[in-house]
Design a protein around this ligand. Structure first.
Ligand code: ZN
Length: 242
């Protein structure tokens, strides 16, 4: 039987799409530089890979690549501290500084798209997000998800679409290189803006404004986990989200 006949009525399967619709072709990675980052090992989390892998487009300058790597490592550090603080010497009943910072401000859209149960508050939302990051980190480090590519974009700052499911989601995103050259876009701001896109990859959706989890949690990172200063408008931070 010809391959075409075998695929009749099964057009949705990837194999058939590959053969006949040529849609599943693997993205060529020749235009990317492979970056290997060490994953810190938090207490109370098993099966964490030693490394994560990112493919940064060659068009980024060395300095821009360095800033991207710094931001990803800073994000991993927040994830690491979250679990260590939650572990609280073995009780696993602690609340992380990130969750405590986010809780008073994040009151809307606490739930990711894939969650069936309700999420009561910003602490629970932060716990859920960090758990889902563990999944994304494992899928990346153990090569279960497609390669995470970082591509340039000409508008806004950092962009990634919201993922509909929990498994095998690549941490691919786009960054505007012009922003990476701007001194107003500090390391804290890049880390927060990258956290916003990782939350999209973890299943949370916009709007990216005050009170929404996808905005408030990254804004905490941008404030170095400090409370809000009433003299600083939130829009100064969330203008770096997409
Ligand atoms: Zn967004």
């Amino acid at each position: 039987m010809s391959q075409e006949k075998k695929c009749m009525g099964k057009k949705d399967t990837c194999k058939c799409k590959c053969k006949y619709l040529k849609k599943c072709k693997k993205k060529s990675l020749k235009d990317y530089i492979k970056v290997t980052l060490e994953v810190p090992q938090p207490q109370g989390v098993k099966n964490v890979p030693a490394h994560m892998y990112f493919y940064i487009h060659k068009s980024f300058t060395d300095k821009q690549q360095g800033r991207i790597k710094t931001a990803i490592s800073a994000l991993l550090s927040h994830w690491y501290h979250h679990f260590n603080e939650k572990w609280a010497g073995g009780t696993n009943s602690g609340t992380s500084k990130l969750a405590l910072c986010t809780n008073p401000y994040a009151t809307k859209k606490l739930k990711p798209v894939w969650s069936k149960s309700s999420v009561p508050n910003g602490i629970a939302a932060t716990n859920l997000a960090m758990n889902q990051f563990t999944q994304l980190i494992r899928d990346n480090g153990f090569r279960k998800s497609p390669p995470a590519t970082i591509d340039p974009r000409s508008s806004t700052t950092v962009h990634a679409p919201a993922a509909p499911t929990k498994r095998r989601i690549p941490l691919s995103l786009q960054i505007n290189p012009k922003q990476l050259d701007s001194s107003a876009f500090t390391d804290l701001k890049i880390t927060g803006s990258m956290l916003h896109t990782w939350l999209h990859r973890a299943g949370w959706t916009d709007p990216k404004t005050t009170s929404y989890f996808i905005s408030e949690c990254p804004m905490c990172v941008m404030r170095n986990l400090k409370p809000k200063n009433p003299d600083v408008l939130d829009s100064n931070s969330y203008k770096f989200f997409d």
